[in-house]
Design a protein around this ligand. Sequence first.
Ligand code: MN
Length: 480
Amino acid sequence: MSVQAIIDQIKTYHPKADISLVERAYKLAAKAHNGQKRLSGEDYISHPVEVAKTLAELKSDIPTICAGLLHDVPEDTNIPLSYIKKNFGNEIAFLVNGVSKLGKIKYRGEKRYIENLRKLFLSMCYDIRVVLVKLADRLHNMKTLSYLPKDKQYRIALETLEIYAPIADRLGIGTIKGHLEDLAFPYVYPKEYKRLINNVKEKYEDRENYINFIIPKIKQYLESEKVKILDIHGRAKHYFSLYKKLEKYEMNWDKIYDLIAIRIIVNDIPDCYKTLGLIHKNWKPLLGRIKDYIALPKPNGYRSLHTTVFCINGKITEFQIRTPQMHKEAEYGIAAHWAYTEAGKLSKDAYRNNNQLPWIKQLQKWQKEIKNSREFIKYLKIDFFKDRIFVFTPKGDVIDLPEEATPIDFAYHIHTDIGHKCAGAKVDGKLCSLSQSLKNGQVVEIITKKEKKPNPDWLRFAKTNYAKNRIKNWLRKNKN
Ligand code: MN
């Protein structure tokens, strides 16, 4: 695998791209990682190249692809971030730095951490491209997981299922989500995986034969009714989502109608509904299985019409109907929104610009549209916490605090005694005042001294009630 494959891929969606930057990033990465090996025995450079290739498949812009190539350079080689900044500019250095920072988050497999970690991920990413690089990084690490020691395999696969795949899902990147889950599945649930694989083969073949038999007939029928079909194909369900669905239906295979669904791509929204109508006119739909995700998109932006009907020969079959744009969004999610325009330029304000991400705007719009969706409100609560920040202990644990919290809040959050004996704080390695507000992603270290006592002044800048109460209690008890 060379850089050429990445460049070829970029040319497919961005013919006028200035690829010299990509070539330079590749050269630097190759030089920096020279002599390093992956556990698979391959040269280390194969990893950043694969990451960049995934990013190119997501039609990422040039800085994101360069960040993919350089993402392990500052952490794992002698070349510092400052060098990248000097030679590739602020934007690429910013992305690389974001990826390194995310890499420091430690996963302990404890339930209470999981949601925080997901939140942390998204809240730390002022630029969502950082998450994309991290997802692409994880995807390749999962593909080469078999070379790692057993205990690590399980931990990394579990982390992938609990953190990375849900994030990919929330960002609507269906291809990465399904892929990550299927790669993690055999490591996290080996017995269940084996059982599923043994069962699925025959069933898939059965289903495939049937789908191949009916697709031409459906096509012919819809075209005779003047619907222009851009594409019609069978789409096999990913193994892990199949497993989850089977679990929900007590492993009853007869309840799985979308083992292979038929996907129909048509020109526009009216044609979507027309297609749905024609399918229903001919074959009876199953009650409760008609889903209009065009009028009511899923929280992650997924749009499509779904229906399940008693199809030819009475076989229960799921259809998914959508436009090319909806299809692109379902595959690439948030990445689809920064599609290059015809001219090959990125559409302006496609991303970045802190809180004005198009998908945040989109969410605000949905919020107005689907006020009653409980799922949506839950989503907002989880992901749009303007009022929380996430900081690290020096060991990499995540601490969740209210906005404008100070080192005093942090100290009391860790332990009451750490709070009481707090003598100073270091933020990102530098001494700082105890009244300074903390920011997302900072590493906070509390300096304690045995003889130190709580100071009434602290009440002025402690933000959490927890810290305030501890300070007040101590002051009350130690009044003399
Ligand atoms: Mn990496």
